[in-house]
Design a protein around this ligand. Structure first.
Ligand code: ADP
Length: 359
């Protein structure tokens, strides 16, 4: 067998070095390309409506909602117009599966165009919801303001009558408190709904938290002449939760139960473990006026107050239950209600101690 001689001179060495450098550069470029793709995908996934990225005139990435539009030819025309003119193009596109969309093509660079599709009906629904919400808030703010204004004038007119002045002063103070509570609740809700909201979780003994709430409201219960009781199972697991927020939930529910229960009634709270769902279950039961059946599906809506309660002189903003529900859901739990008119209501909520969503 003849010997094979491999000659490895300076030229071959240079070629090897060049090859290795080229390979390393390709790897870096490839990694950069993959990272950019991942970043683009992350950006697109962040939109709650169809979003796509076009490279030249070809669709190069999209989020899940964008799948239904991958074949829509009219979109290519909008992208093309944006690329040619270098401007953002906004155009309504014909109904897709019965829905009208507004397409917005934004030229990001010479080659890249971002295309966003907004569901017009959903946008209109949202606008109507906010118009309605602003109207309700304005109404809730205007009522106490009108009362305050009325009594301020009355005080000026009847300054010689100390009884009338003192009554007006008391009413003004009560209405101002109501206004403050309403504004506080609105701010809390805005914070809870903000995308940057997160729970401040720590391990906590929920039974101890309930005891604190009972203690805090015992004067109110006494003043209303309503018995306030608590029954907690022993050896309950600890919970990883936001102490201040959860206390707000329990206080809201107990406060409602006391407000809507006439003298001589009972409000009882209990806490137990549901090992199957790995959750603590809390009940707040009252023997109060109950909630009309037709109002039950709405009582968790913002600013909703059941008709019965509205006709009674019971203070409230109609935001307490909305806030309670949002906080419990943020902990991965759920709030429920059962009620019978004239007999009372039972509010329940669950709090997973196993693996609720990270907050
Ligand atoms: P509010 O500040 O008016 O109490 P909430 O959001 O806490 O607002 O409650 C919404 C409505 O649900 C109340 O206005 C009332 O009609 C009804 N409600 C809540 N809890 C009770 C209860 N324990 N008994 C009777 N009605 C209740």
């Amino acid at each position: 067998m003849p010997d094979v001689i491999i000659y490895f001179g300076p030229l071959e060495f240079a070629a090897l070095v060049f090859g290795l450098v080229a390979l390393a550069a390709a790897a870096v470029l490839y990694r950069g390309h993959r990272r950019r793709r991942a970043e683009v995908q992350h950006l697109l996934d962040g939109f709650s409506f169809p979003a796509m990225l076009f490279r030249a005139d070809k669709l190069s990435a999209r989020n899940t909602d964008g799948a239904a539009f991958a074949e829509a030819i009219e979109l290519e025309g909008i992208v093309d117009d944006s690329r040619r003119t270098g401007r953002t193009i906004v155009r309504t596109i014909p109904a897709v599966e019965g829905q009208s969309y507004q397409a917005r093509a934004i030229r990001l660079s010479k080659d890249d165009t971002l295309l966003l599709l907004e569901d017009l009906a959903a946008a209109q629904r949202q606008q109507a919801f906010y118009r309605n919400f602003i109207q309700n808030v304005s109404h809730e703010l205007k009522t106490p303001l009108t009362v305050i204004q009325g009594h301020a004038s009355k005080m000026a007119e009847a300054s010689e009558d100390p009884q009338s002045v003192s009554a007006s002063r008391r009413i003004i103070s009560d209405e101002a408190k109501r206004l403050t509570q309403l504004v506080d609740n609105l701010l809390t809700l805005a914070r809870l709904e903000s995308p940057s909201f997160s729970l401040d979780r720590s391990p906590l003994n929920f039974s101890a938290l309930l005891e604190e709430c009972i203690l805090q409201l015992s004067d109110m219960a006494e003043a209303h002449r309503v018995a306030l009781t608590m029954d907690v199972a022993s050896g309950l697991p600890r919970l990883n939760g936001d102490r201040a927020r959860l206390k707000q939930v329990v206080l809201n529910l107990l406060d409602n139960a006391l407000k809507y229960t006439p003298a001589g009634g009972t409000v009882s709270m209990s806490l137990s473990d549901d090992p199957e769902s790995q959750s603590l279950v809390c009940w707040i039961q009252d023997t109060g006026e109950g909630i009309p059946e037709e109002d039950l599906p709405h009582i968790f809506d913002k600013l909703y107050r059941a008709r019965r309660a509205r006709s009674l002189p019971v203070e409230g903003s109609g935001l307490g239950l909305t806030i309670a529900q949002q906080i419990i859901r943020a902990h991965g739990g759920e709030v429920g209600v059962r009620s019978e008119l004239g007999k009372g209501s039972t509010f329940t909520f669950t709090l997973p101690y196993g693996g609720g969503p990270a907050g």
